[in-house]
Write a protein that binds this ligand. Sequence first.
Ligand SMILES: [Zn+2]
Length: 216
Amino acid sequence: MLEKIIDQVFPPYCGICGKMGKKWICSRCYRNIKEKVKLKKIKITKNIIVNYLFLYQDIFREKILHYKFNEESYLYKTFSEIILKDKKICEFIEKFDYIVPVPMYIDNKKKRGYNQTELISKEISKSLDINYDNKILIKNKMNKTQSLLNENERIENIKGVYSLRNPEKIKNKKILIFDDICTTGSTVKECYKIIKKQTKEISILVLAKSNYRKVN
Ligand SMILES: [Zn+2]
């Protein structure tokens, strides 16, 4: 109800071309990107697979950067719609009991005003009727920005920064960890290892797979 009223006051517009309409991605823009959105997998360790939806390039890269760093939080609607329009992706997500977003450190979230992975997870969970919980997995401390570090530094930098709160809540549940970008996979791998202590069925879903470029 409230959402309907909000939609009338602030009608949706396409997050890609800006056209006003009924959706957060217009049919023309969706046609252009549709073929590039597919549930794909990549192995980051012997046992851990990351599912991703598109490559971190072109319009996707541009929009993720805007979403994260230009205060364009409304883009969560566009990314959520891209996910929800794809039947195969929805069927994959629906198998889980909980969707758990990769958390931000509280001060960083306050500074940005939102956690981009939380907004999308929440939106998807509402539409697909699965549980969403952003209080199970917690980021305990501020660390350096992963994208500025090399592969080994990333592994060290992420150690011990996450922990579980009320772990009994997810005991024996099927958990889907959600993040925006996967580069070396060290962040999602760390989250996976922590959740693994409580439950066996865990998968990882990210929006974009980025090619790792060596940092000097
Ligand atoms: Zn458009």
